[in-house]
Design a protein around this ligand. Structure first.
Ligand code: S3P
Length: 443
């Protein structure tokens, strides 16, 4: 896998492409199919490290998963009470979704489990799930009183709670809904804003007793088995975002991204770029597994700076690093606020985005809860670093597409966490991009 990406401005992006399957939906497809009774068929699964970690953990708990190809799985569900005690520590790798969703599921099991992963994930906050799980009666332990992983979960009797989430987080919500499947009574979760709702959609389609009304979701123990699924995972809008920004910023671009999931809890980046002046048309496609899908047709030119905050932030939380790149090319000031959650992602994405874009000449300033960008600024290619953060690596590649000269991105192998084939996709669009091993790279 390439450690270094070298990329050059290669003019407008013209053509058609696809992006890999949605990461959030792929995780859920593996976990929930494992709980069904019967065989599920998953196509366009995201073959990235995070989703593989989820898959390996479900296997370690006795679920048979056939890989027909890296993106096509057949999963023999064991039923909600059919998981078995794993032999060792469950490795979540670098994946917050794996750790937080599975902590909810494992709290309801009659066996002991330990969730761990990379140093990065062991430094991410877990109190947000540990505290509500404990108030349900779960026996969850972690470092520093449960604030950090590794998390150890021992069997405990779960009682339903009504919980007011302090932050709009789909991982927290999903964790509690999963624990709710094993609790006595009706678990009620109120979220302050509309965090992504793939868990609710998928579990409801499997016949689970989950309901969602506005920002409140309920879950309880199923009275009948969960139905297996046959699912084509829609393209990940978070991956499409890199191409949307590149095509919006490079005038004369005309790019069609096929079969992208356009769940309204995820389309903040499409709305933001459109409000800034990009032209993004949607050509509707058939729904997949209860999720709306469309081809996105984007053409470039004439972006204006804008202010973003409040409820819009959660609908584009993972896209804010690349939105910052778009803002460098927009006329006037762009302000992103209410985005303090960015500080506890794979990296402190406010700090890393600001420091790396500055190296390319961006006029960007950190705020406690976001950033300010003044544009338009001609970016200049130089050497930048992903800090081991896949979304930052690809945001920097988009900056490299806009910059003069050559941009070198170190630690670029992480693009495969969510967008395997990133450079191949760019190359097919006639972008000049080179992927190098560290060993073959001499400055
Ligand atoms: C995700 C939820 C979001 C998002 C992450 C994936 C999910 O995190 O940033 O990449 O699949 O539920 P939070 O729930 O922490 O906001």
């Amino acid at each position: 896998m390439a450690d270094i990406l070298k990329i050059r401005n290669s003019g407008p992006l013209v053509g058609r492409c696809t992006v890999p399957g949605d990461k959030s939906i792929s995780h859920r497809a593996v976990i929930f199919s494992s709980l069904a009774e019967g065989r599920s068929y998953i196509r366009n699964f995201l073959d990235g490290h995070d989703c593989r970690a989820t898959m390996n953990i479900m296997r370690a708990m006795g679920v048979a998963i056939d890989e027909i190809s890296p993106t096509q799985l057949e999963i023999d569900g064991v039923g909600i009470d059919g998981l078995r005690e794993p032999d060792g520590v469950l490795d979540c790798d670098n994946s917050g979704t794996t750790m937080r969703l599975l902590a909810g599921l494992l709290s309801g099991q009659e066996f002991v489990s330990v969730l761990s992963g990379t140093a990065q994930i062991r430094g991410r906050p877990m109190a947000r799930i540990v505290e509500p799980l404990r108030s349900m009666g779960a026996q969850v332990y972690g470092r520093q009183g449960g604030r950090y992983a590794p998390l150890t979960i021992v069997p405990g009797r779960l009682e339903a709670i009504e919980y007011e989430m302090p932050i709009a987080s789909a991982q927290v919500k999903s964790c509690l809904l999963l624990a709710g499947l094993y609790a006595h009574g009706l678990t009620v979760v109120h979220q302050p804003g509309p965090a992504r709702d793939h868990t609710e959609r998928m579990l409801i389609s499997m016949g689970a007793p989950i309901s969602a009304l506005g920002n409140t979701t309920h879950s309880e123990r199923p009275q009948s088995p969960l139905k297996p699924m046959s699912l084509f995972v829609p393209g990940d809008i978070s991956s499409a975002a890199f191409l949307l920004v590149a095509a919006s910023a490079l005038s004369d671009s005309n790019l069609t991204i096929l079969d992208v999931g356009i769940n309204a809890t995820r389309t903040g980046i499409v709305d933001a770029l459109s409000e800034m002046g990009a032209s993004i048309r949607r050509r509707e496609r058939p729904h997949q597994g209860g999720e709306p899908v469309a081809d996105l047709i984007v053409s470039g030119g004439g972006l204006q700076g804008l202010e973003f905050g409040g409820g819009q932030i959660v609908t584009m939380i993972d896209e804010l690093p690349v939105l910052a790149v778009a803002a460098t090319q927009a006329e006037g000031r762009t302000v992103v606020r209410d985005a303090q959650e960015l500080r506890v992602k794979e990296t402190d994405r406010i700090a890393t985005t600001v420091s790396e874009l500055k190296k390319l000449g961006a006029r960007i300033h950190e705020r406690p809860d976001g950033f300010i960008v003044d544009g338009p600024t001609p970016l200049r290619g130089t050497t930048v670093d992903s800090h081991g953060d896949h979304r930052l690596a690809m945001a920097l590649a988009v900056a490299g597409l806009i910059a003069d000269g050559e941009t070198t991105i170190r630690n670029a192998h992480v693009t495969a966490d969510s967008f395997p084939g990133f450079e191949t996709t760019l190359r097919a669009l006639e972008v000049e991009v080179q992927a190098l091993d560290r060993a073959s790279y001499n400055e």
